[in-house]
Design a binder for this molecule. Structure first.
Ligand SMILES: C[S@@+](CC[C@H](N)C(=O)[O-])C[C@H]1O[C@@H](n2cnc3c(N)ncnc32)[C@H](O)[C@@H]1O
Length: 263
């Protein structure tokens, strides 16, 4: 393997223009898949092996899950940069304090990345699942994409890993799939659920009681499957109706498999 530039696709991925003379480093958004490192792509491994800096988001004092997945490939901590969120679930996401703290956090992180990229160093930002699917990477990508070459490495999404492990095909025939963050208000969840054939409800955490109520209102509780830490150690998959409590960690989701055309 000669180097990342040799491996990069002819056209830059991720929507950015590649500057004519690429004296700068490349910003990589690396999809890390749903959890089990066996689901890392060949391209993700190539980038992880060669990037000068490996960046991951985390809760203060904790190791991010994407970084844990990278253990299968990254063994030299000297390349690592941890970006600790100022807040995670302490404040509602529309609280002005949260919004301004997060904006400042992403601005400062982007400038730190820009310093490295401007010095010709490749920066790989780890992203659970796929980087362009609810990924924090997108906030840095938005700030840097017009200044530096970018390559986004797609990943197997968490939901794909979850329905695979649950053994439940998610859509058949003309089924419409709706992806819902559990952070939405209950009536919105119920309304969206009532109008779809199949659904994935993400970001459960403390919202599980609200999700249960919305599913019951939409008449879907009996079809709901709860998946915790899909493909990872500690995986738990049960019909939601059989789950006795409303405890749900960050890495959990509810699947409503479609029941469409099956000749
Ligand atoms: C901010 S979103 C990031 C999604 C990610 N970019 C992807 O492509 O899956 C985080 C949510 O993804 C879901 N998630 C991701 N991986 C998961 C897994 N292995 N098991 C259960 N839920 C998962 C959870 O609902 C979690 O709250």
């Amino acid at each position: 393997m000669e180097g990342l530039s040799v491996l990069a696709p002819a056209e830059p991925a991720g929507g950015a223009e590649r500057p004519a003379a690429a004296a700068t480093g490349t910003l990589y958004g690396v999809g890390m898949g749903p959890g089990n490192p066996d689901y890392l792509t060949v391209r993700a491994v190539q980038v992880l092996e060669r990037a000068h800096h490996i960046v991951h988001f985390c809760k203060a004092g904790r190791r991010g899950n994407a970084r844990t997945i990278a253990d299968a490939v990254v063994r030299d901590p000297a390349r690592e940069w941890a970006l600790a969120y100022p807040y995670t679930t302490e404040l509602p996401p529309d609280d002005p304090t949260y919004v301004s703290a997060l904006a400042r956090f992403y601005d400062e992180a982007a400038e730190r990345m820009a310093g490295a990229l401007g010095a010709g160093r490749d920066v790989a930002i780890l992203s659970e699942g796929d980087p362009f699917f609810y990924g924090s990477f997108m906030h840095l990508w938005r700030r840097l994409k017009d200044r530096f070459p970018v390559e986004v490495v797609p990943g197997v999404t968490g939901m794909s890993g979850c329905w695979t492990r649950a053994g439940t095909p998610i859509t058949w025939g003309d089924d419409v799939l709706t992806v819902l963050p559990a952070t939405l208000p209950g009536p919105v969840l119920a309304q969206r659920l009532a109008g779809t054939d199949a659904a994935v409800i993400m970001k459960l955490g403390r919202h599980l009681p609200k999700v249960r109520a919305a599913l019951a209102q939409a008449g879907l509780l009996a079809r709901a499957v709860y998946v915790e830490r899909g493909t990872m150690a500690g995986e738990c998959i049960v019909p939601l109706a059989d789950k006795p409590d409303d405890e749900a960690p960050y890495f959990s989701m509810v699947l409503i498999p479609g029941e469409g055309r099956r000749p």
